[in-house]
Design a protein around this ligand. Sequence first.
Ligand SMILES: [Ca+2]
Length: 437
Amino acid sequence: MRQRPLRPALSKTMSGAAKPCCPGRQAGKASRPIRLVASLLFPAIIASPALAQQAAGTKPAETRPANAPDQKPAFAGQTRAPQPADMPHIAASVVARDLPQLWSMEFLPDGRMLVTAKQGAMHIIDRQGKPGPAISGVPKVMSDGQGGLLDVALAPDYATSGMIFFSFAEPRQDGNGTSVASARLVADGNGAGRLENLKIIFRQMPSYDGRNHFGSRLAFGREGELYVTVGERSSPEPRVQAQDISSGLGKTFRITQDGKPWPGNPFIGTTGARPEIWSYGHRNLQAATIDGEGRFWTVEHGPRGGDELNRPQAGKNYGWPEVTYGIDYSGAPIGRGITALQKTEQPVYYWDPVIAPSGMAYYDGNLIPEWKGAFLIGGLVAQGVVVVHMKDDKVLSEERISLGARVRDVKVGPDGAVYAVTESRGGASTIVRLTRT
Ligand SMILES: [Ca+2]
């Protein structure tokens, strides 16, 4: 991979990225150093491991005031976990630059990258970081607001089948909605290719005429089951349907590669329920992955101060919009302003202020041993990668790798390095490689 210093590309990216987009959002981290140290807050103690351990082990990565200071976690360690005692020094290099605004990235078996561009294009990026021409056969997408061409996933048997799955905001006669398609990717030898045998296998229903909260991520479990995450379309009228199992808004789904309910799904046989549903009561899920035990995890965008990590389980209710941390963008409470109810699940972890999660990977590589078994979460507002270390399905510690740019997707490469896709609003993306120094 070509390795260039990070500064020039990020300076360019950040001219667009530094604009604040949400209340309570902190912008303008443009002057962050590029030689990254996980704990930028403690530069003076890096030479003193014992002191670093003591300080890092007690101080959380997040130290800013909460939006909802009166809300209390349901259990110790549910928010603001301490930083780990042992944090690697991380270096970043840009491996691809001047890309269209990307939404997702997957490594192909030959080490090239397949990417989706939000406005509706798919490209293969070669190992020198150069994008090929747009792949033909991509369906028309609703590219407006948060809509566009969204996630892409390779079929578990991609090496032999060439099958890919992707999600997108689909323009429909009665509005729009998140849909999932399958197709065979046929590369043409010139860095381009075409999609063959395109099928729309799943449609989130009902449609809604809006621009926000489409989700979405795709993740294959070990049996070939496909988890699909979506949003609840944001506005007060549709968002209450997150609690309604006859609606596809605000859900995770578990389906076959033909888009059928996966056998054993929790609401098969429940009258009126959508049988593809796996879990409900979600807001906007733009991060999902499978852990080392084959289990499905998500991070969803909460309201102002309510992003949450969950391990969605069959048929369970994750609360939105009846139960949530955080407050509305207006400053008003969400619903009755409650953070717990017997019938709803507590998040494994929550962030106030938000990180604005997008993209997530489970680190099983060897290049960065300190991260083994951790979740790596892209942060749009956090402007970097959020690393959460787990123990017994709770967050043990949290560290932040600041990249000074919105991070839209995170993947672990075949080389064990971590790859972050950055974006500037309405502008260019870069792909950044993170390694241990
Ligand atoms: Ca929740």
